[in-house]
Design a protein around this ligand. Structure first.
Ligand code: GUN
Length: 296
């Protein structure tokens, strides 16, 4: 079994982004506004991680922290203003949002040219059409992790567990796209899938993204399969100072004995998501320098 070291690869990619930005003759820097609504502790951890990565890459980041009680129309107004602000290359709206805000409306209020998460319907539509602009950071990071570790996807059976906008849906599209990191035969499963283990047991590649701690067990996996664990779940652990520890959607200890490659949690997919946000933000900057404000 080989560990897919997302932490090390993310550092390499972030160095590549930093070197590219440092080489810009104009001295101009990409910029991103990180919008957080409310105080969800997990979201705060992610936003801090994103801001730190920006600093390391030479991307200017502005963290906008809004009250959890903000009115929907106020948030939409802020997102529209940022979309029209030519000093902002990219906008990241950290999800989930408080329940009184319509998430789809908020995502649609972001200019698609600044939507570095790739969640806007226009960017999703471009991915479906096979001509992507921004691909959601987690699936993009997983593709990069597979490709740069020399793991073939063409002609392989891939099973994606989960159908979220953030991971499952774009992941299935990426794996089935033509070209590098694609050309797989993809099955998308969800919580209503009967005989789920029959699907996973036939899979050469399993991507687990349904948010259920240690759901994928060794009995569900084929010998030699590639297992990608997107889950980040807090479980109680009295032996830790914090009282909890992080586990994935995969029972790492058992599944790692059967898998050919597996991602650890933490240190697998998580750092790759952040690295791809840096890649997408650099792309947003480059695109807008060439075609200023066409869509904003
Ligand atoms: N919440 C969980 N994952 C993500 C992500 O990739 N982007 C944003 N904006 N919110 C998230």
């Amino acid at each position: 079994m080989e560990l897919l070291d997302g932490k090390a690869l993310a550092e390499t990619i972030q160095r590549e982004v930093r070197d590219t930005i440092a080489s810009f003759a104009s001295g101009a820097r990409p910029s991103i506004t990180l919008v957080q609504v409310g105080d969800d502790p997990a979201s705060s951890v992610y936003v801090r991680g994103k801001a730190r990565a920006c600093e390391e890459c030479g991307i200017t980041s502005d963290a906008m922290h809004l009250s959890r009680d903000i009115k929907e129309e106020t948030l939409l107004g802020i997102l529209k203003d940022l979309s029209g602000d030519s000093s902002v290359s990219a906008i990241l709206l950290q999800l989930p949002l408080p329940r009184h805000i319509d998430e789809a409306m908020a995502i649609a209020a972001i200019s698609p040219i600044k939507d570095v998460d790739g969640f806007h319907p226009e960017n999703m539509g471009l991915l479906v059409a096979g001509t992507p602009r921004y691909i959601a950071c987690t699936p993009l990071g997983i593709r990069e992790l597979l490709v740069r570790n020399g793991i073939a996807t063409a002609g392989k059976r891939a099973v994606v567990l989960g159908r979220s906008l953030i991971v499952g849906k774009p992941m299935a599209l990426v794996l089935s796209m033509k070209g590098e990191g694609g050309d797989a035969t993809v099955t998308m499963c969800n919580s209503r899938t009967p005989d789920l283990a029959d699907h996973t047991a036939r899979a050469d590649i399993v991507v687990a993204a349904m948010g259920k701690p240690r759901f994928v067990t060794a009995g569900m996996i084929k010998e030699g399969a590639v297992v990608v664990d997107v889950g980040i779940n807090r479980i109680e652990d009295p032996s830790k100072k914090s009282g909890y520890r992080l586990v994935g959607d995969v029972d790492f200890e058992e599944v790692s004995k059967k898998a050919s490659y597996i991602t650890p949690v933490p240190g697998g997919v998580g750092p790759m998501t952040i690295a791809m946000l840096m890649v997408n933000t650099l792309k947003a900057f480059t695109v807008q320098v060439k075609t200023p404000n066409v869509l904003s």
